[in-house]
Design a protein around this ligand. Structure first.
Ligand SMILES: *Cc1c(COP(=O)(O)O)cnc(C)c1O
Length: 360
C-alpha cells in the first residue's frame, strides 16, 4: 500500500506521522488500557489532554488572554447561525462582504436572525477578485462585520486583514487557520472547521473576545450559546473526543515544524511555485487576480476542458488525488494545506508538465 498526495479540499490529508502515532496509541492511550475514544471526557487524563491542546493553540496563534478558545461541533455552517445569534447584542443588522460561495451562504443564514447588509460583492466578476476596500459600503452601526478570509471553493484569499474601524470583525478561517501568522487582537471572533487545516472533521475552533459573550438572543438554543460553552470549557455535552485528540496531534506536529511562522513560509513557496507554473503555460490557466489568489486552494482550468477526465484519471494513476474542482466552479482545484509537503506540489507540477507534453 502506498499513500497518495491528497489534494482534497476537506476532509483533507493529515501528516503520516500523526496517523502513525494515533495507530500506535489506538489500543492503549496513556496506559489506560483503552483508546482515547473509550474514556470519559471527565477523566483527569482527558482533561489534561484538552488543556494541553488549548495551550498549544494559544501558543501557535499567539492568542491574547482576553480571548476564549472553544472547541465546538456543528462545523463551519453552524457558525453561520451562531455568529448572529450571539453577536447581534440588541442590534438588528450586520455587515457581510461577499467574495465567494461561503460568504454568500453565511449571509443567507444570517437573514433568519437579522437584516444583514451586503457591503460589497464580486459575484458579477465571477468571484475572481476582492472588491477594493474604498468601494465597501460599511455601516458604522453594524453589530459586526463578517467576511471569509479564504474562499475554499473559489480560490480567493485576503492578502491582509480588512480595516473596518470600531465594528467587531468576524472571520471565517475554516480553510486557512494556522496557515500564517495573524494578529488575533484585530478580531472579535474567528471560527474554523477543523477538517481543512487543523485535523479531521467533527470539531470547529472558535476564538472569541470575552467581552462579547453573554448577550445571545433569547431564542438561542443552548448548544449555540458561546457563553455556555465557554463556561463549560467546551464540555457542556459529550465532545467528539477522538477528533479533539487528533487536532491535538496536529498542533504538536505543527509545533515540530517550527510553528505558524515557519509553515507560512513553506505555504507561500508551495503556492507560488504552482501559480508560476500555471501562468507560464498556454495549457492551464487561473482566472483569479494574482493579488487575491489563495495559498491554500489553487483553482485552475485546462484550456481544453475535454481533457478534464483524462487529467484526473492520469493524476490518480500517478498518485495524485482529490484534484477535481467544486461542482459549482468546475475545472481543477489543488488544496495545499499545511499537511501537503512541498514534494507533493513538486510531484503535481511534474505531472502537469508531462500531461501538457502529451496533449499540448
Ligand atoms: C468547509 C467550509 C465551511 C463549512 O464547513 P462545514 O464544517 O462543512 O460546515 C465554511 N466556510 C468555509 C470557508 C469552508 O471552507
Amino acid at each position: 500500500m502506498s499513500r497518495v498526495y491528497n489534494f482534497s479540499p476537506g476532509p483533507a490529508m493529515l501528516p503520516e506521522e500523526i496517523l502513525q502515532q494515533a495507530r500506535a496509541e489506538l489500543l492503549d492511550w496513556q496506559g489506560m488500557g483503552a483508546s482515547v475514544m473509550e474514556v470519559s471526557h471527565h477523566s483527569p487524563e482527558f482533561k489534561q489532554m484538552i488543556a494541553t491542546i488549548e495551550a498549544d493553540f494559544r501558543e501557535l496563534h499567539s492568542i491574547p488572554a482576553n480571548y476564549k478558545v472553544l472547541f465546538l461541533q456543528g462545523g463551519g455552517r453552524s457558525q453561520f447561525s451562531m455568529v448572529p445569534l450571539n453577536l447581534l447584542r440588541g442590534k438588528t443588522t450586520a455587515d457581510y462582504l461577499d467574495i465567494g460561495i461561503w460568504s454568500n451562504m453565511a449571509m443567507t443564514e444570517a437573514r433568519r436572525y437579522c437584516a444583514p447588509r451586503l457591503v460589497a460583492s464580486s459575484k458579477e466578476q465571477d468571484y475572481t477578485l476582492i472588491p477594493a476596500q474604498s468601494e465597501w459600503q460599511c455601516n458604522p452601526n453594524a453589530a459586526y462585520f463578517h467576511y471569509v478570509d479564504n474562499e475554499t471553493i473559489n480560490g480567493i484569499e485576503f492578502p491582509d486583514i480588512p480595516e473596518v474601524g470600531a465594528v467587531p470583525l468576524v472571520a471565517d478561517m475554516s480553510s486557512n487557520i494556522l496557515s500564517r501568522v495573524i494578529d488575533i487582537s484585530r478580531f472579535a471572533l474567528i471560527y474554523a472547521a477543523a477538517q481543512k487545516n487543523a485535523g479531521p472533521a467533527g470539531i470547529t475552533l472558535v476564538i472569541v473576545r470575552e467581552d462579547l459573550l453573554g448577550q445571545a438572543l433569547p431564542i438561542t438554543p443552548m448548544m449555540f450559546d458561546y457563553a455556555l460553552h465557554a463556561k463549560a470549557g467546551s464540555l457542556y455535552n459529550t465532545p467528539p473526543t477522538f477528533t479533539w485528540y487528533m487536532v491535538g496531534l496536529m498542533f504538536q506536529w505543527l509545533k515540530r515544524q517550527g510553528g505558524v511562522a515557519a509553515i507560512e513560509k513553506i505555504n507561500a513557496r508551495k503556492a507560488e511555485k504552482l501559480y508560476r507554473y500555471i501562468d507560464s503555460t498556454d495549457f492551464y490557466h487561473c482566472k483569479i487576480e494574482p493579488s487575491y489568489r489563495s495559498r491554500m486552494n489553487v483553482v485552475f482550468r485546462l484550456f481544453d476542458e475535454k481533457l478534464n477526465d483524462a487529467f484526473l484519471q492520469q493524476a490518480r494513476a500517478a498518485g495524485l488525488s482529490g484534484l477535481k474542482g467544486h461542482s459549482l466552479v468546475g475545472g481543477m482545484r489543488a488544496s495545499l494545506y499545511n499537511a501537503m509537503p512541498e514534494v507533493g506540489v513538486d510531484a503535481l507540477i511534474g505531472f502537469m508538465r508531462d500531461f501538457e507534453r502529451q496533449f499540448g
